[in-house]
Design a binder for this molecule. Structure first.
Ligand SMILES: CC(C)(COP(=O)(O)OP(=O)(O)OC[C@H]1O[C@@H](n2cnc3c(N)ncnc32)[C@H](O)[C@@H]1OP(=O)(O)O)[C@@H](O)C(=O)NCCC(=O)NCCS
Length: 358
């Protein structure tokens, strides 16, 4: 072995299985395998009560309802009130998803919360969500992959169920971006919003979550980010919380041109042709990005496209599960439909997978 290290007798990939009783002098660990396949079993959502029209946003950024609609497609969004916390919205969306899946909270082995707006550095939001849901002490952790966080969570849940680490996993995408968006920032004030969506992932008789295609481009780390870190903000005696800033043009170009390839890779990895697709559920960043993606992918006309951004705004990690819930509720997506999920954002990070809808 290079570097003179000790050669392990059965490093991966193992050539031969261990003989009965294991190799002499070598302790063989017992391992577990889960279900051959996993799928999304139920979907839930929480939308904050307060609807905020463009007219409430545009004066502070010297803009207009017409400009915002034309550049983003957004007409209204929802902002959470004090009681609609990250945890409260997550619990509500998860309860809906569990009910839709017919799963009792005590059957849940793991809770994954994707968010960038749980403003307590530690502990995670997920442990509190797992507790309030009434799980029996489920494993619980948060994922920070910005707008791509929910699709990262679904990928992990798929592998946890198939690998035997969990039988039922609740995956939540949740944000209160109104807390970290400056009302006077022209590039973001009209875009970001609040809400929560959740799914239950569990065993499936047929493959219902395809392989994830995911990645990152840290060279573009600064394109969407918290303006400054908390320490710097405190040291500078900043008058307000650090908020999100975005180089909109560059993000637009990256998402429109690079994500089409990622979408096609996810289809190929799942063995699905674009003609077999029923629904396209991209991150609800901006209707123009969705249009550009659909064009670059050559999406057939029969594929239903999620447009939740029009009245939910961009809710980052919550946007894909909220859009999914909306399509099911409106009858645009039905059980057994084949849907492509794709999400992208700060990092830059992205993740995509094909799923069969519950
Ligand atoms: C944010 C976004 C809508 C801005 O649109 P844009 O066309 O790139 O805007 P620009 O910054 O190039 O500015 C174009 C013009 O609009 C003006 N403008 C910028 N923001 C404005 C606003 N909120 N209201 C009115 N006018 C605005 C600029 O001053 C500029 O005017 P000028 O041509 O007279 O100089 C666009 O970049 C975008 O959608 N980016 C992707 C953002 C996104 O969805 N991110 C989420 C990914 S997770």
């Amino acid at each position: 072995m290079a570097g003179g290290g000790r050669r392990h007798r059965h490093s991966w990939p193992a050539a031969d299985p261990p003989p009965p009783g294991g190799w002499r002098g070598v302790t063989t660990l017992k391992v577990e395998q889960g279900s051959a396949y996993a799928g999304i079993l139920g979907v839930g959502a929480y939308r904050p009560a307060r609807v905020v029209p463009n007219s409430e946003i545009v004066d502070a950024i010297d803009s207009s309802d017409e400009w915002v609609q034309q550049r983003s497609g957004i007409k209204t969004r929802r902002f959470a009130d004090e009681s609609e916390t990250v945890v409260a919205m997550s619990v509500s969306a998860s309860r809906d998803a569990l009910e839709a899946a017919g799963i009792d909270p005590r059957q849940v082995d793991c809770v994954i919360v994707a968010t960038v707006s749980h403003l307590l550095q530690t502990p995670s939001a997920a442990t509190m969500v797992a507790h309030e849901l009434g799980t029996d002490g489920a494993a619980a952790f948060d994922v920070s992959a910005a707008c791509a966080g929910f699709c990262h969570g679904v990928a992990m849940a798929n592998d946890l169920v198939r690998g035997g680490s969990a039988r039922y996993v609740v995956v939540i995408g949740v944000e209160r971006l109104s807390d970290i968006t400056s009302r006077t920032d022209r590039g973001t004030a009209f875009i970001f919003a609040d809400g929560a969506g959740a799914v239950v992932v569990g065993p499936s008789e047929t493959p219902a979550i395809g392989p994830v295609v995911w990645g990152s481009d840290g060279e573009q780390y600064d394109l969407i980010r918290q303006k400054e870190d908390w320490r710097d903000a405190i040291a500078a005696d900043a008058p307000e919380m650090p908020h999100l800033v975005m180089q909109g043009n560059e993000v637009f170009r990256w998402a429109s041109f690079s994500m089409g390839k990622v979408a096609h890779q996810a289809l190929d990895r799942a063995g699905v042709t674009i003609d077999e697709l029923d629904c396209f559920i991209p991150h609800q960043a901006n209707n123009r990005i969705t249009d550009a993606l659909a064009r670059s992918m050559k999406l057939p006309a029969h594929v239903k496209i999620a447009r939740d951004v029009i009245d939910s705004g961009n809710t980052s990690a919550a946007s894909v599960p909220l859009a999914l819930e909306r399509m099911i509720r409106d009858g645009d997506a039905k059980s057994g439909d084949v849907a492509l999920l794709i999400a992208f954002g700060a990092g830059l990070s992205y993740a995509a997978q094909v799923v069969t809808l519950p």
